[in-house]
Design a protein around this ligand. Sequence first.
Ligand SMILES: [Zn+2]
Length: 472
Amino acid sequence: MNHRTLLRNAQCIFTGLAGAPARSSATDLRIEGGVIRELGRGLAPLEGEQLLDASGCVVYPGWVNTHHHLFQSLLKGVPAGIDLTLSPWLQAVPFAYRRGFDEKRLRLAARIGLVELLRSGCTTVADHHYLFQAGASEDAAALLFEEAGALGLRFMLLRGGATVTRKLEDSDRLVQPPETLEQMLAAVEQTAARFHQRGPRARQRVAMAPTSVHVSLPREQLKDVARAARAMGLPLHSHMSESVAYAEYCREVHGCLPIEYLADNEWLGPDVWLAHLVHLTPGEMQLLGSSRTGIAHCPQSNARLADGIAPAPALEKLGVRVSMGVDGAASNEAADMISELHFAWLLHRAHAGAQARPRPEGQGEAGADAVTVEQIVHWASAGGAQVLGFEGVGTLQPGQAADLAVYRLDDPRYFGLHDPAIGPIASGGRPCLRWLLCDGAIVVDDDQIPGLDLRQLQAQAQAAVKALMQAS
Ligand SMILES: [Zn+2]
């Protein structure tokens, strides 16, 4: 293996940083031992250095996906849930099929989801896996780390689960009853001891992530769980305020709004990030911002389930740390990062424009600067690494992990662009990867994943879908 690499002649390098330094003036980037050593123009090759010619290509940081459910990669477009909102969809799709996921099928689903992400330029994946029940082994956790490791990805397990059964869940579909609090905490501790790495450029991390904290735990357990996670040095994650049903439930059962409930129970802070955050009052947005809580913004899933639009740009202005997630493929039939980012770029402009009003009552045309390409890149790289707690990851700067995507711009969809560098995000579609590097190692080479037989994976997916349909 070559330990030194020089990437040369890139048309543009996006750094992942916010504001003016979002685009580097460099064209070349030197990597040594998996770490970026130098950015510059006209860097001279050193002896024995592997040379990667990035002429006609644009370089972005490897994407960081902060919320996923890999098991759902075999549950795309299930007809029973295709036109349902969140609550009936949960019942009809993920909960209805959960029994169908033995280790073999989970491994296949994870592989499909990870491959899809890799081919979009993603190098860090956080999977919110919640199929844990009483007496279940932690083999699912080991299996997920193993699959991600085999593909050369950085991986974080968001260890989900619940200590109570939700009304929505058909108890006949549960393989075992939910875990007790003691079982859950002991299992997370074991998993963290085995897989959680600290320090710069860690490859594996673990988070404490009860599935939907307002319903997955009784009120008296919220603080215990938060304190246990903090004692273990693990961050906290959960679904929150995805649909109006969250506010309805919290008002009825807890007598307050969802984010107020979290604030009262030590579930906000710089070590917490929450998936979705679509329906929020101004007061809740202030609580999230002042506590520096993070968001995994999942606009495609939120659109598909008719949840609404998370106010990510407004949350960022208030101090919320913004990151991007694709969410599970059962509610996002294109669970890849480029689709998600392209959609986010368009959606926030549409959202801002939908609120514009004619003059003189309103301000007239507005909203085309609601989000920029550079801002989206920042959310999906540095923003993601920050919420997940991966130090030394997420930006292309000296000393940082060499996680980077080199996209070709030779497809007709990019022809005619005055600023070709924005093509992969602004033009959308499936990008063509010349290389994807994680820790300096090539994990995608000329759009191919070395050693992976895509036709075989397709055949396995077809057989698994057929079996799942027959069993449902
Ligand atoms: Zn989710």
